[in-house]
Design a binder for this molecule. Structure first.
Ligand code: UDP
Ligand code: MG
Length: 311
């Protein structure tokens, strides 16, 4: 079978060559075993890097034109879109997506291919431990998985974007046209026969994390809003509860008035004002978020723009 290894790169000049060597070793080994065709290749997707990333990819392509292919996106489209660009732009029997920083050990690709040969269409790389992450990242990730589960979104815990997809799964994935793309949610949703392989995530081989806190938060929010309208439902429920309470309060106020016991109260006027005002704005905001998503989806813009291709 023809294997493609897809590597999204955003300002990864420090690690690309090292990563190429490591992945190439694994590919050579698999070719020797007769598991994959010798035309199997690596695709480096440059996600609008501002450093020498593309230069290094071009050099690698010049040196190993058969083995290395490159795709340059016209700007930083984000990790998920870079993965999509890589997966959709080439032809192969199965692909493995892997980070450029060697945090996902390339040796595991061999286990994935083995599972593919056993007939699995999707193989998830799952981390057995998260020691190499900061406590903050571990805790926030945990909270995120819990919350998504609570929302009813099926995710594979501790699986990031290190996975093997067969041709049929990629074809199915290509039918999903949404621009709010959350691969970790969509891929389990595809169905197909799937399994997991376990590995320990290592430290970055060089450079710094390209996922800033802002990017992480926006990724989590994409995940939630692209799969669930639960936040909107909460609004309805809270709104209904508040309505009941205010009905009771009105009855109470009416009773006080009629029994002549009413006292001019400041707190009772001002507190509901604050609370309702706050809730109003918050809930309008959440509704607005979803309207915004609808707006963005309705434009059907391309998820990524390819500027150059080395093939
Ligand atoms: N990445 C990308 N575009 C981005 C951010 C990240 O293509 O906008 C790539 C990055 O080069 C790496 C992978 O996505 O190959 C994972 O990023 P990183 O290692 O920085 O994330 P972390 O492991 O810290 O979560
Ligand atoms: Mg990383």
């Amino acid at each position: 079978m023809l294997l493609a290894v897809i590597v999204p790169c955003y300002n990864e000049e420090e690690v690309i060559e090292l990563t190429f060597n490591e992945i190439n070793k694994v590919i050579e080994n698999l070719i020797k075993k007769g598991w994959i065709k010798k035309e199997s290749f690596i695709v480096f997707v440059d996600d609008g890097s501002r450093d020498k990333t593309w230069e290094i990819i071009s050099n690698l392509h010049a040196k190993y034109p058969e083995r290395v292919k490159g795709l340059k996106l016209s700007r930083n489209c984000g990790h998920q879109n870079a993965l999509m660009a890589g997966m959709m732009s080439f032809d192969y029997d199965a692909c493995v997506t892997i980070d450029a920083d060697l945090q996902d050990p390339p040796e595991v690709i061999e286990n994935m291919v083995e599972k593919y040969r056993e007939g699995f269409e999707i193989v998830y790389g799952v981390r057995s431990k998260r020691d190499s992450d900061t406590l903050f990242k571990r805790k926030t990730a945990e909270a995120f998985y819990k919350f998504m589960k609570f929302l009813g979104v099926e995710l594979v815990s501790n699986h990031a974007d290190f996975r093997l997809l067969g041709r049929r799964a990629v074809k199915a994935l290509s039918e999903f046209k949404e621009s709010n793309l959350f691969l970790r949610g969509i891929i389990p949703y595809l169905g197909f026969k799937s399994t997991k392989v376990f590995y320990e995530r290592r430290k970055r081989a060089g450079g710094e994390s390209k996922y800033t806190l802002g990017k992480m938060l926006s990724f989590a929010w994409e995940g939630i809003t692209s799969f669930s309208i639960f936040p909107l439902r909460i609004i309805t429920v809270i709104g209904a509860l508040i309505f009941i309470v205010s009905l009771l309060l009105s009855l109470w106020a009416l009773y006080l008035k009629m029994s002549g016991k009413s006292v001019a109260g400041w707190a009772s006027i001002v507190l509901p004002l604050y609370i309702l005002g706050g809730l109003n704005i918050l809930f309008l905001g959440i509704i607005g978020e979803y309207i915004g998503k609808t707006y963005i989806e309705s434009k059907k813009r391309p998820r990524y723009i390819v500027e150059e291709r080395l093939d």
